[in-house]
Design a protein around this ligand. Sequence first.
Ligand SMILES: Cc1cc2nc3c(=O)[nH]c(=O)nc-3n(C[C@H](O)[C@H](O)[C@H](O)COP(=O)(O)OP(=O)(O)OC[C@H]3O[C@@H](n4cnc5c(N)ncnc54)[C@H](O)[C@@H]3O)c2cc1C
Length: 578
Amino acid sequence: MDDLIDGLSEVSCDVLVIGGGTAGPMAALKAKRKNPDATVILLEKANVKRSGAISMGMDGLNNAVIPGYATPEQYTKEITIANDGIVDQKPVYKYAQRCYSIIEELDSYGIRFLKNENGDFAVKKVHHIGTYVLPMPNGETVKKALYRQLRRARLLISNRYMATRLLTGNDGRIAGAIAVNTRTAEFLVLKAKAVILCCGAAGRLGLPTSGYMFGTYENAANSGDGYAMAYYAGAALANLECFQINPLIKDYNGPACAYVAGPYGAYTANNTGSRFIECDYWSGQMMLEFFNELQSGKGPVFLKLNHLHGNTVSEIEKTLHNVERPTRGLFHQGRGTDYRNEMVEMHISEIGFCSGHSASGVFVDEFARTTVPGLYAAGDMASVPHNYMLGAFTNGSVAGEDAMTYAKGVDFAAFDPAEVETERTRVLAPTRREDGIPPNQVEYKTRRLVNDYLQPPKVTRKYELAKRRFAEVREDLEMRMMVRNAHELMRSLEAASILDCADMAAHASLYRTESRWGLYHLRTDYPTKNNEDWFCHTLLRKQDDRMASEKRAVQPYVVPIADEEKDLYDKQRIRASA
Ligand SMILES: Cc1cc2nc3c(=O)[nH]c(=O)nc-3n(C[C@H](O)[C@H](O)[C@H](O)COP(=O)(O)OP(=O)(O)OC[C@H]3O[C@@H](n4cnc5c(N)ncnc54)[C@H](O)[C@@H]3O)c2cc1C
């Protein structure tokens, strides 16, 4: 194992991008193209070449707004309805207007999208109302193609550096970040005029039912560091009680990919092989029906393909077994499951924060600006709902361009150097102990408690107990956690982010005293939706060293929603008819 090296260096840049998965590379690229003379650094705790949710490719764009198939207005309407109306439409609308040009740009990088015999994009219908899914038959190339662009732009990439805290200037502006090398434990202070957080979802919050700590649905490197860093920098975080919970292949924990298989005729079914939900597009309401079916005598739930023609199944396998998670074919092979003969058992995921699939994230406006001047966020950790991969690319672009414009107009913010020393003391504390609790045990305990107490349906008494248990874990983490090398040091920092996210999840959930977003925020003590008091966002932030929540009004809609359309996503269950 690597030795710990006591070192500290300092660098400066105009724009610092933290997280080199999907949104981050695009943000860095656009910032650099906006001002080629400026310095842009892309910082990544793994290696940008193969990091993030798209590291092994992606099978399609879940939310492409393509002329001829959909309009920005239709898309904005659909996402608003899917989120129970609690949406700031401006960022969603801006995404919908811009995402087509990003598809064209990705196409020009060599990432091929499904086209029909006329050479037009072949978009498929999966959502409840509109048509937005664009398959990517050679989606395994996405990360490689993106990386080529970064090399071409000669971007400065710092791999194996994990950002631990943001630096805030004396005037409240962002001043940069502190990072630690994941192989040597050396420190790096990055002074920056603007910082863009692209650290992905908080994907290691709950524990998968398989029991494997890294067998998460999300990219396992995404331990919620971005959410924690934003919190400590004083930024507001929106709707954290709107958890992410996804349908999965049981024990494999990868998506069942009804989005890929659905357009070919596959669907989600119960143990009698019957369809029970109208639409396989993921939403809280859909997850609630899924959960209800699992709990009923009609569970488990399955992905049904065994009624399809063999050639159709082969076509589906070509995508599902090669792109995104290429181990999927091996998993089925090991179990002897052939889609042609039997249905594939599904389950529901552990909880997490992720705007990519739901709506919880660091609050941003339509320019990807957070509430801290000079601090931006994009991708799964920013609050634009149902972002997915194209949202990460598009809003990453928006963030990169706006951050560069901002950086041009300001100088470096002065900060107190004592902040760096305080952070070094915090980070290195577990290395100073001779004996203690290893970080994986702290993490395991936190995540087991998350499953025991926070997994919906949410019960107030359980949440109160969770807060007490988390406080006990925090004492262990701060007083007794011990690490022996740089890798364990990274794990200890991740354990701290996970605990911070667990605390935020509990706090935000207790604040909203109603039920909303189907299973995502189903409170047994407040089982109904209460539009009178709670048709609003919630914002959580650090105030006087404590967590505080407040309401934020939903901003006037850009695209109006008719009364009869508002609850379309509530009608997910297929009704029996004669
Ligand atoms: C299994 C799965 C299937 C999906 N399928 C689809 C699909 O078919 N279609 C679709 O449109 N979308 C899909 N998505 C969603 C899409 O992949 C994501 O929305 C998108 O990739 C998120 O991009 P991001 O940049 O926010 O996060 P990521 O791409 O995950 O990047 C985050 C990066 O931040 C780095 N990082 C984290 N913390 C730190 C730190 N402290 N310091 C430095 N670096 C850090 C991580 O290592 C990582 O590289 C899927 C997601 C998953 C997980």
